[in-house]
Design a binder for this molecule. Sequence first.
Ligand code: GLC
Ligand code: CA
Length: 543
Amino acid sequence: MEQQEWWKETVVYQIYPRSFQDSNGDGIGDLRGIISRLDYLQHLGIGAIWLSPVCKSPQDDYGYDISDYQDIDPMFGSLEDMEALIHEAGKRDIRIIMDLVLNHTSDEHPWFQEAKKGKDNPYHDYYVWRDGIEGTPPNDLTSTFGGSAWEWVPEIGQYYLHLFSVKQPDLNWANPKVRQDIYSMINWWIEKGVGGFRLDVIDLIGKEADFKITGNGPLLHEYIRELSKETFQKGKELLTVGETWGATPEIAKLYSNPDGSEFSMVFQFEHIGLDEQEGRGKWDLKPLDLMELKDVLSKWQTELKGEAWNSLFWNNHDLPRIVSRWGNDGEFRVESAKMLATLLHGMRGTPYIYQGEELGMTNVQYEIKEYRDIELLRFYKERMEKGYPEHEVMESIYAKGRDNARTPMQWDDSHQAGFTTGEAWIKVNPNYTEIHDAENVQNPDSIFHYYRQLIQLRKDHEVIVYGDYELIFPEHPDVFAYTRTLHENQIMVVCNFRGETVQLPLQEHLSSSAKLLLANYTDMLPDNELRAYEARMYLMQNN
Ligand code: GLC
Ligand code: CA
């Protein structure tokens, strides 16, 4: 069996602080709000919280533009609140995973304020600058949020690189001083007792702007190994997870080498691109093909075996709600949310739950003026200027807009879903009167309790953590099914992705010892039929 680690055995819960719980009525979630909900998270059973950025930030990209890595944004609270959160979470056996945004800072960071003063300023070389003439950028690199990735600074007659918004200048990792400053900052947070880090768009730090190489640059792994050695490897058992959009299994084996030289694991996004048109990006939609989902997830399950560790996720603050995306958020919302959870939590890897996923929260369809996200608003503007029909643009936004994930957490059916006593910074999903935590916690058949059970099963059965994966019924058009095997123990997971009953000769794989661990329907049909979005998890002991 492979090396045992706490971070392989735990389940992580992601909090997007601005939308989780407001404590002072200003309409923005904050650290005190999170502290007040720790009992809820302990009840759910998770072992770590990945906290989206709470450091000082002008909030141009909602915290992913940091102006002081060693202070908390007043909007979220203070450093004392952060220390209290680490402490209070620790009392409940929950570790805090910080979000490290190391590819870029805010343009309001003192480093950048200095850097743009002149070419001979000691901080100039902290960022990526190129000479040029106004109006003709050095090359045609584009920003993820639209437009050129180069911004002209007339005072010094140079362009700086920003792969995201103009307010997010890219750091120059080729400069050893940048790297050293970053390492001391990380070590400062480790001293404060955080349990690990999620590394934002870390695959971009080895970029070579002149050659238009952004992801997976030539020096990427050299930088990460140095970073890891100077910080993460200093003796604490940290969970580190890199956000790596362009990873293949081969690349993931470098990032997540079991020798601990880089990270614990990575977020890979291959499955996330399955419902977009080839080569066109996330906004150009196509339906999910279940066969492709089986191929991609199975590939990652088998290829990393013994050589790297998977993270398992459907959602995060950048992605639409999974129940609306690949489930059914109408008639079968509860069944399909549970089915998708079963599929993911039965796999090999560390599961991540994104806030509200455990309640079956859904996507929204707002008017354009009700949206807040920089990426979404840029997309709308660009497409409208190009003359796309508005209804088509809105369809893309409904399906993929990041604000789907960022509407306030639905705690109860009172004012603003119990998120704030004031007015939330972004409109609450109008379905909060039906979909909310208070209902979920009371109802034993709720999605929330189902997630609790999944988390508990992972603690009770080593095979769910360490077992080997095998896809079964590979050709079945509607069912995603697999086994996990560790010594004599075997788990079998079967999931129907169709909104109607399908046939499946389950007996082929069920041994006489089979015991049902969990299912999303309470009454059982014969073993060869699965109802709409039905999911089952069996345990077998084979001698
Ligand atoms: C990551 C974050 C996203 C952010 C971007 C730039 O993809 O998850 O929210 O906008 O990096 O930091
Ligand atoms: Ca607040």
